[in-house]
Design a protein around this ligand. Sequence first.
Ligand code: CXF
Ligand code: ZN
Length: 379
Amino acid sequence: KSSLKPIRCKAAVCRKAGEPLVMEEILVAPPQPFEVRIRIICTALCHSDITFWKLQVPPACFPRILGHEAIGVVESVGENVTEVVVGDTVLPTFMADCGDCVDCKSPKSNLCSRLPFKVSPWMPRYENSSRFTDLNGNTLFHFLNVSSFSEYTVLDVAHVVKIDSSIPPSRACLLSCGVSTGVGAAWKTAQVEQGSTVVIFGLGSIGLAVAEGARLCGASRIIGVDINPTKFEVGQKFGITEFVNSMTCENKRLSEVINEMTGGGADYCFECVGSSSLVQEAYACCRKGWGKTITLGVDKPGSEICLNSSDVLHNGKTLIGSLFGGLKAKSHIPLLLKRYMSKELELDKFVTHEMKFEDINDAFQLLLDGRCIRCVLWM
Ligand code: CXF
Ligand code: ZN
């Protein structure tokens, strides 16, 4: 294993915030102990890639290899790796599942404490350690423990899930981030029951994936909220039953409109935009006594949610955040893939575009303009 050599390959490097990615030859170092080096088969774009591509303030750092929703094949393994072997098909995940810490052992959490989630530019297990260099010998930073905008990347073994190689890669890769996050939020974080009323604020990919999850859980009303009226047509394909255009609520608050529609509030509200004022609205229209509000959106660093303390005391509602849909990557992703293979979970409708990795900047533009749900890039 010590004979492993760096691999020279193509990567799309983000050299400066908001500027087109640069296709370059880079060097990918061999995996260290507990790491695997994988060849990416395909990668999709997730909105978090855009968020960190645009970001000018810390935790911004460049040059960086973005990308975190992907599928790959194990090319080599470092010492102490027994879970996967060369040739295995794997999904990378931005959240770790070490399987060994108190939190991984508890069915109540997906927040690994051996490798806790943080937005770091390095490999997770080793301090200030990168596996990427450019051809001038300069360090390239990692992103969300994955960095899939490269033909090869290195991941900690706690961040890969072995999957069945017969599943179409352009569909399976969606479970590496976005679809898992949304479906998981309905299934695991909220635990939506048959007959529930669900409201989804924001009908981007995550909101649509929540709708798919809510549909699978048997929700009977799925109310979609967006500022863009064309999202209703899209939403209908994902099981949205009613639509509220939050731009045309006249002089009513959005929560008032939803409270009227639902006769006192929804069972579950999902915030999929990343706006703390929208979280307040969502909380205000989940039902007293049992309503749950789930946040998935990422707001600006440092933003706070303001709730009235008597409102909180008097109404018995739950407010909870959901990272990766509350899913434990290694045990729950295979279950979702089974449900795809049995045609219950519909992944195909999320893939609106497929193109070559070389055209990644066009794909960024599609997502920026809201013209795609998922764009899959083939290496
Ligand atoms: C996000 C979740 C919140 C922090 C940044 C990354 N996950 C994936 O897109
Ligand atoms: Zn993502």
